[in-house]
Design a protein around this ligand. Sequence first.
Ligand SMILES: Cc1ncc(COP(=O)(O)O)c(C=O)c1O
Length: 472
Amino acid sequence: MAFKYQELAEQVSTSIEKNQFAAGTPLPPLRKFADQHKVSLATANKTYEWLQSQGLIVVKPQSGFYVKGQRSIPQLSQPKVQSVSIDHDPSDAIFDILQNALSLDRVGLSNGYLDESLRPSLALQRAIKRTAKRANLTANSYGLTQGEPKLRQAIVDVMALRQCPVNANQILITNGCLEAVNLVIQQVSQERDTVAIFTPCYSGLLTALKNSHRKVLEIPCGVNGPDMQHLAELFAQKAFKTLIFSAIATNPLGFSLTKKQKQQLGTLAKRHQTYIIEDDTFGSLGYQQNATPAYAQEHNEYVIYCSSFSKDIAPNMRIGWIISPSLMPALKRRKLALNISCNMPCQLAMADYLLTESYTSQVRKLTFTLQQQMVQLQNCVLEHFPEGTKISQPEGGFFLWVELAKHVNTMSLYQLAVDENLCFMPGYTFSMSGHYDHCLRLSVNQLWNDKLAKAVAQLGKLAYQIQTPKHD
Ligand SMILES: Cc1ncc(COP(=O)(O)O)c(C=O)c1O
């Protein structure tokens, strides 16, 4: 369960977002608000504090609380409705930048995983200790290729909450979501086949496709995802062998697909007998409560679901999974050939964590915190980056996409930033088309703090320098 103040804050913020409360509307005084909602004064206070931190309400001394109205956020540019095939290969740059992130990024703006302070580290430690006591882990066998039955059963419960009814036999455990997606790509396509992706796209997928000698068709996405009509035409033309997509909190743009878009994707896959691979790594981190994956809308045999616990609780345990009843026998054989099975101690500990600790409430609190941090990051970017900078309006996760003036090359900005021990992910690493070289991705994977704020301000200063070079 979420804290009561979170529920109340969400109710009020939804009303503000839907313009049910116009800017300037007074809110009830704290005591009255507490009485109306039958909560303590402390809870009412926390609710108003949260709304203030989101910039949704203001306090006027001696007067009370007022609705500030929605923040106006400069929207990202709409992309051209035109898909492009692979052009350049950013894999070397991606590799170097990811290594830099591990050694140089002292602030965390480039990180693709949650900071430890937001992960349930103690609960996971407890689970690891409990499992270690119960079993002689070193004496265990490889374990089943399909994965530890207890873990699969626990994932059945996780999926039920996400409105995806599955049974344990339909789940294959993998080393994270990237292995899951890679196994499915190998299964449903061959070398030189074309694989379609939503662009800008998570760099790990680009390198995976490059390594497996697939051709890439980039489908440009705007703030609301892809143009569905264009996508339907591509399906009809058999322009790709398979499509990889995310329906919730897409990395890096942060959009989530609508229920209709999710349904359409499943229907198109079935109609054209084309496999689609749903990468739901960020699925549990949608800000909207109970956001469901595309698989929940339409789970025909052509929709293959992949996910992991890497983004919400434990990137280091490398536990992911695939759901595909029809491809399960073939995928199990592929997994056996690749690496036999997944690490048993980690599988047992994860199963124990899911069955005995409070995964659902952890994730619920986490998404609430992330939403709050995101607003802080957005405000900070808008304050410190050059005028005209556009930013995304993420619907989940911890990434913010930033679009600078067209002539700014964020790889050059990156070089300047690294000299000052600051890292971010340049737009170059999210596409093979070169269309996002003036963009960048920032992470807010931790509680907002002065160090982060200073780093963003410093990046903004460097962006100014590079956008308006001095002339002698
Ligand atoms: C969209 C997406 N899919 C998959 C992955 C990789 O997931 P895992 O760490 O579980 O392999 C990432 C990691 O950043 C991601 O952003």
